[in-house]
Design a protein around this ligand. Structure first.
Ligand code: HEC
Ligand code: HEC
Length: 267
């Protein structure tokens, strides 16, 4: 094994590594842009459409006027943040009263989610869905976010957001798939057993610091390899990502094979 061979091998590993970093960067841009869809001010047509969806899919539990029933709470005044959180994480519409409301692929399309959110928000105020700027982690203090997370969230979600068991057979979910918007909304609205962290308890900037910490822990490579938790529902992105990954692996095999050949002819 000559010194130049080892150096060349190191160089080819570096090329592969660089390629992987590039793939990651491209992938982050693809998934990042999916989130950027800005909720514009709802039109009356959108609200009307939302009312129709509500009456078809939500009213059996929440009542025709969202006033609540024996099986589900009133939604008057819950705010757009609560509705968007519930429908974008697929928790609502619930399958049946009393069913576990876990995160699942949303049953409503993005457009339907926006319409039903606009309808419920039109009934009364309540905590509003954050804008993309409000959840932007640019310039956030990740260190402070970690301290806040440890103090306010870790007892349920684990120190790194991996989730954990609560009393009475309940559990707090892992935060691996939550988008920044969903994290902000969860804090603002306190779903189920989670407490509400309003903007006095945890200021908007502190919320961004926490989000920055949670998304940052995912970016760290874990010993078990890639964490697929962050892939989420963007299937096209996933396919592109896996395709590129396969390409990189084939390229690295080709480079190694080529170098072995060079080595045998050298000596
Ligand atoms: C099968 C019954 C059922 C259906 C259908 C249903 N929900 Fe719910 N919903 C519930 C129950 C029960 C709760 C309270 C338990 C919880 O928060 O998980 C709830 C809670 C909620 C909350 C949280 C309220 C709060 O105070 O934060 C929102 C928002 C919500 N539902 C919206 C909807 C929307 C929008 C739809 C239709 C797309 C819908 N639900 C369909 C049963 C239902
Ligand atoms: C007392 C326990 C408890 C504490 C403290 C708590 N949570 Fe939660 N959290 C929950 C439970 C339970 C749920 C699931 C609610 C449901 O399914 O309706 C949840 C859900 C969430 C979700 C939605 C996850 C997803 O993608 O579906 C996010 C995000 C979240 N919490 C963030 C936080 C953050 C950030 C903090 C600290 C500021 C925090 N939580 C503090 C119990 C807790």
């Amino acid at each position: 094994m000559s010194f130049t061979w080892r150096r060349r091998r190191a160089a080819s590993y570096f090329v592969v590594l660089l390629g992987l970093v590039l793939v990651g960067a491209v992938y982050a841009t693809i998934t990042g842009s999916a989130e950027a869809a800005t909720p514009s001010a709802p039109s009356s047509a959108q609200i009307a459409k939302g009312r129709q969806i509500f009456q078809q899919t939500c009213s059996s539990c929440h009542g025709l006027q969202a006033q609540g029933t024996a099986v589900a709470p009133s939604l008057i005044g819950v705010g757009s943040a609560a509705v968007d959180f519930q429908v974008s994480t697929g928790r609502m519409p619930a399958k049946e009263p009393g069913a576990e409301n876990d995160r699942k692929p949303p049953a409503l399309t993005k457009e339907e989610q926006r319409a039903v959110t606009a309808y419920v928000a039109s009934l009364a105020g309540g905590p509003a869905m954050p804008t993309p700027a409000e959840v932007s982690t640019a310039g956030a203090n990740t260190g402070l976010g970690q301290q806040l997370f440890t103090a306010d969230c870790a007892q349920c979600h684990n120190f790194d957001g991996a989730g954990g068991a609560l009393t009475q057979g309940k559990s707090a979910p892992a935060l691996t798939e939550s988008t920044p918007t969903q994290m902000y909304e969860a804090m603002l609205t306190g779903p189920e057993a989670m407490p509400v962290f309003n903007n006095t308890t945890i200021t908007p900037q502190e919320k961004r610091d926490i989000i920055s910490f949670v998304t940052g822990t995912r970016a760290e490579p874990n010993p078990g390899g890639f964490s697929l938790g962050r892939v989420g529902p963007v299937t096209e992105g996933l396919v592109a990502f896996l395709g590129l990954l396969l390409f990189m692996v084939l390229a690295s095999m080709w480079i190694t094979a080529k170098h072995r050949k060079t080595e045998t002819t050298d000596e």
